[in-house]
Write a protein that binds this ligand. Structure first.
Ligand SMILES: CC(=O)SCCNC(=O)CCNC(=O)[C@H](O)C(C)(C)COP(=O)(O)OP(=O)(O)OC[C@H]1O[C@@H](n2cnc3c(N)ncnc32)[C@H](O)[C@@H]1OP(=O)(O)O
Ligand SMILES: CC(C)C(=O)C(=O)O
Length: 589
């Protein structure tokens, strides 16, 4: 045998330069943490969450939320369990200011919820921001300025000392106006060295220490130091290194909450957040479904559900994920992607045959275990192929789990017949019917809905009335004797009385049919000339439901001449169901 050399080029992997201007980009330089400890850590509890849907999420929308939509979003967040909610940038617009006023004046903030508001470090904006909170029982004022060298040079035109000064002066002004205007309000303080990821970590730490010197955190008077990956710069481990480095270097650590605020520029915000938590962060800021500037803030739904799927309570309820999704779509006017983790339309759906087969077996295994242990499936530890969580835990249904198109196999089709119609087809019948479905999907393309699958099944197995249709059945059997059977059958529309005998009613019925064919052939009836003998090869039956008036399903595999086919019969009487199944196979021949 000769083996052809399939090497297409000189390089080992056949790939060629893209020709794209890669030389314009420089790799990120990570902070050096050779003795990092975070890789060995585990996340064992939910962090403190802050939703910034109404601020970072809102500022990035094509159509910022109207006051009514903002209120709907606020109420959703409260209902889900968020206790820290950034409600806006009050100095940005009358809309934002008025919304905060509405929450305060209409007493819409539950006692266990802390709202926060964002401001630049500019005196007029700080004063206006604090004014928006007058009358609030508690609130957090969040101040930011950029510490990254690029921003110092290009945006602000400041030296590092001046940059630090913007932060400390801003903090002083927040304290001044809050003390002047907020009376009894228990106000908290949050500072963000913006573009933390692009800043020198030592410098960001230095600015945060200076800000803390002004705020003077102590027990009962924490400072939140929020370290934004305003732009996600590199692989998630580099963010975790920055967080561990910062956390270790920070003084007054026990009275400082280290907060993560990741964006998703590289598509790894969720991973960066999880590693950041392992690196010691206490708190996470993000948006539902990852709304927010550019590629979005980190997605709070994925983060929360990732915890849930590990057996850790996210302390946020996602039990009606579709309601959460619908509300967010309404408020943001943007759709959630069908493949969005945990919530997308397609994420609890398998089209492909091998996935459907494995899921069907997995769900059956859970049912079997539940029956053996005498408990509900909902109390069984979840373990199912391809499904990281039970769709029912987020209010989705099994019905949507398996859907059928041209990529589907017998498992999916069988699952739908079982889930929707309680029909548990024998394996070879599954294979046969999935071919029938495949022929349809190959011709028509697209998805075949459970209703259409059922129509196809009925017309293929249950609704055929020619050449035979059962009219009535009489059987008699005595111990040790063969069953005697008399049936009235419509044969091509004409009612005929047939008799047969055999070991059991099915054998007796087949005998009756074979006698009919033999008689007609002997009489020279051309219709029966080529009709072969009927033989039963396999048989299965089950009840469709429990109880005395249950319907029985019978499946009979018959050889009709040289064809092998399955027939299906449904009837309240099991004998009638079996005979109908034989007729179903014959009518299909
Ligand atoms: C990463 C983030 O998401 S940060 C939040 C960003 N969100 C928003 O900006 C939404 C709301 N913002 C706004 O509506 C407007 O920016 C306003 C109303 C707050 C301010 O508007 P303007 O006064 O027109 O200023 P503008 O936003 O253009 O800011 C630019 C000026 O502010 C300075 N500035 C920007 N950020 C800050 C800051 N955090 N602290 C102090 N000064 C700042 C800039 O250096 C610049 O100064 P210059 O005019 O002397 O060059
Ligand atoms: C204001 C800060 C926290 C911000 O939104 C960011 O840096 O992305």
């Amino acid at each position: 045998m000769t083996i052809k050399n399939t090497d297409l080029g000189n390089t080992s992997n056949h790939q060629k330069s893209s020709g794209m201007p890669v030389g314009r980009y420089t790799p990120f330089v990570p902070v050096d943490v050779p003795d990092r400890t975070w890789p060995a850590k585990k996340i064992t509890a939910a962090p403190r969450w802050l939703s910034t849907d109404l601020r970072d999420g809102n500022q990035a929308l094509i159509d910022p939320m109207t006051p009514a939509r903002k209120l709907t979003m606020f109420e959703l967040l409260v209902k889900m369990g968020y206790k820290e909610i950034e409600v806006g940038f009050p100095s940005a617009s009358a809309f934002d200011f008025d919304f905060v006023r509405k929450l305060v004046e209409e007493d819409r903030i539950p006692d266990d919820v802390q709202i926060s508001v964002l401001t630049q470090a500019r005196e007029d904006l700080i004063e206006r921001t604090v004014q928006s909170l007058v009358g609030a029982d508690r609130a957090t004022i969040h101040l930011y300025n950029a510490t990254a060298p690029l921003f110092q040079r290009v945006v602000f035109g400041v030296t590092p000392d001046e940059c630090r000064n913007i932060a400390t002066r801003g903090t002083e002004m927040v304290m001044k106006y809050a003390e002047e205007l907020l009376g009894d309000c228990a106000f908290g303080y949050q500072y963000s060295p913006e573009i933390f990821t692009q800043s020198n970590t030592d410098f960001a730490l230095d600015v945060c220490e200076a800000v803390s010197d002004v705020w003077q955190p102590e027990p009962g008077r924490e400072i939140i130091l929020n370290l934004p990956a305003t732009v996600e710069m590199s692989t998630p481990n580099t963010y975790a290194d920055q967080i561990e480095y910062f956390s270790r270097g920070l003084t007054r650590r026990e009275v400082s909450a280290i907060s993560l605020h990741p964006h998703n520029d590289r598509g790894t915000a969720v991973a960066a957040t999880e590693l950041g938590l392992m690196a010691g962060a206490d708190r996470v800021e993000g948006c539902l479904f990852g709304h927010g500037e550019r590629t979005g803030n980190v997605d709070l739904v994925t983060l929360g559900m990732n915890l849930f799927s590990q057996g850790i309570d996210p302390q946020i309820s996602f039990s009606d994920i579709d309601e959460v999704r619908r509300t967010v779509e309404y408020c943001t006017n943007l759709p959630v992607h069908p493949r969005h983790p945990y919530a997308g339309d397609l994420v609890y759906t398998a089209f492909s045959g091998s996935h459907q087969d494995a899921i069907k077996k997995g769900l059956e295994d859970l049912e079997r275990q539940a029956a053996e242990r005498g408990i509900s499936v909902r109390d069984i530890e979840w373990e199912a192929p391809y499904l990281p969580i039970d769709p029912k835990d987020v209010g989705r249904t099994y019905e949507a789990v398996i859907r059928v198109n041209s990529q589907s196999g017998k498992g999916g089709v069988a699952y739908i017949l079982k889930a929707e119609h309680k029909l548990d087809l024998p394996r070879r019948a599954q294979i046969e019917f999935s071919r029938v479905v495949q022929e349809r999907t190959d011709v028509e393309g697209g998805e075949m809905s459970p209703d259409v699958i059922w129509d196809v099944f009925r017309s293929e197995y249950l609704d055929r009335k020619t050449p035979l249709e059962l009219n009535s059945v009489h059987t008699s059997s005595a111990a040790g004797e063969r069953d005697q059977l008399s049936v009235n059958v419509h044969v091509d529309g004409e009612l005929r009385a047939l008799d047969g005998s055999g070991n059991g009613p099915i054998a007796a019925f087949v005998d009756a049919i074979n006698r009919l064919v033999a008689d007609e052939q002997a009489a020279g009836n051309p219709v029966y000339e080529t009709r072969g003998d009927v033989r039963v090869l396999d048989y299965a039956e089950h009840a469709l439901s429990a109880g005395g008036d249950a319907i029985a399903a019978a499946y009979v595999e018959c050889a009709v001449g040289d064809q092998v086919l399955w027939g299906v019969g449904l009837d309240a009487n099991i004998v009638t169901a079996s005979l109908k199944a034989v007729i179903s196979a014959i009518n299909r021949a």
